[in-house]
Design a protein around this ligand. Structure first.
Ligand code: SF4
Length: 58
C-alpha cells in the first residue's frame, strides 16, 4: 500500500499538530535511557527530519 493510503494528504499535518515534528527534538536524549529496546531515538528523529520536514503531502 502506498504511504498516501496510510496517512492521506492531511494525515501528516494532523500527526504533526498532535505530536510535534521530528525537528522539534532537542537531542537531550532523556528518552533513550527509558527505551527498553535501546532504540537510538535521536538519530532516527534526525533522519526523519531530514526526509520529511517541509513535506507538503503526497
Ligand atoms: S531526545 Fe527524546 S526526550 Fe529529548 S527532545 Fe528528543 S525525543 Fe524528546
Amino acid at each position: 500500500m502506498p504511504a498516501a493510503g496510510i496517512w492521506g494528504s492531511t494525515g501528516v499535518d494532523t500527526v504533526s499538530l498532535m505530536h510535534g515534528r521530528a525537528q522539534d527534538c532537542m537531542e537531550c536524549r532523556q528518552c533513550e535511557c527509558h527505551c527498553p529496546q535501546h532504540i537510538e531515538i535521536t538519530r532516527h528523529l534526525r533522519e526523519v527530519s531530514e526526509k520529511f520536514d517541509g513535506f507538503k503531502g503526497w
